[in-house]
Design a protein around this ligand. Structure first.
Ligand code: CA
Ligand code: CA
Ligand code: CA
Length: 208
């Protein structure tokens, strides 16, 4: 995501003597233009463009996901999805479990099906199955699906092969914009949304 270059990290209201255990930067709050960031010990939500506090500390500092109809991202942690400031989760799977102990990450988050909102995959507690959830909210926002963006596809594959963090598109805007690259593949054809991630998941899903 983009941040103001002149805004030195040392000027942000994060305690300098206590390194944060986790930090997130994305656009999760419509009440502040552009992106926001926070850490587990930042004490509040901080504007990525001004460095000023713009809201209460989010309820988690784990994954972010495009889930509902608006273009701000939602919070994903353990086996729930919650809107910033929301009292009730938008989605919870009580029969599912997260991965990586205290990191509590999903099996995968990515734009796999349908429109640009992202799907979530959790494993069931007894490891007998993977569950794939997609939003049921209707949106009027129409853009290329995120798998059209090469950087996004690379980060989706990194979720499975490297450090497990949510994928981000290459747009320089903190919000999704309609200027994603024209969707073409290296073979000259059109890239099909979700193709790469579904290949990654094929082995797991085939065991169902
Ligand atoms: Ca914002
Ligand atoms: Ca949203
Ligand atoms: Ca989708």
């Amino acid at each position: 995501m983009s941040m103001t270059p002149t805004l030195a990290p040392s000027s942000w209201p994060v305690p300098p003597c206590r390194a944060p255990l986790a930090a997130v930067a994305d656009d999760i709050y419509d009440g502040n233009d552009g992106g926001e960031m926070w850490t587990n010990n930042s004490g509040s939500l901080i504007s990525a463009t001004t460095g000023k506090s713009v809201g209460s500390l989010p309820s988690s500092d784990n994954f972010v996901i495009w889930w509902d109809a608006d273009e701000a991202r939602e919070l994903e942690d353990q086996t729930s999805i919650t809107k910033y400031g929301g009292a009730t989760p938008l989605l919870t799977c009580i029969d599912c479990a997260s991965n990586n102990s205290t990191k509590a990450t999903p099996a995968l988050s990515a734009d796999l099906l349908g429109d640009w909102r992202e799907e979530i995959i959790w494993r069931e507690k007894d490891n007998s199955a993977l569950r794939l959830y997609t939003t049921t909210d209707v949106t009027t926002r129409r853009i290329y699906t995120l798998m059209h963006d090469p950087q996004y596809r690379m980060q989706v594959s990194s979720e499975q092969a490297g450090f497990n963090q949510p994928p981000h598109p290459s747009s320089t805007s903190a919000t999704i914009c309609s200027c994603l690259p024209s969707p073409t593949s290296s073979c000259g054809g059109r890239v099909r949304s979700g193709t790469m991630a579904l290949i990654v998941l094929a082995g797991r899903l085939s065991g169902r």
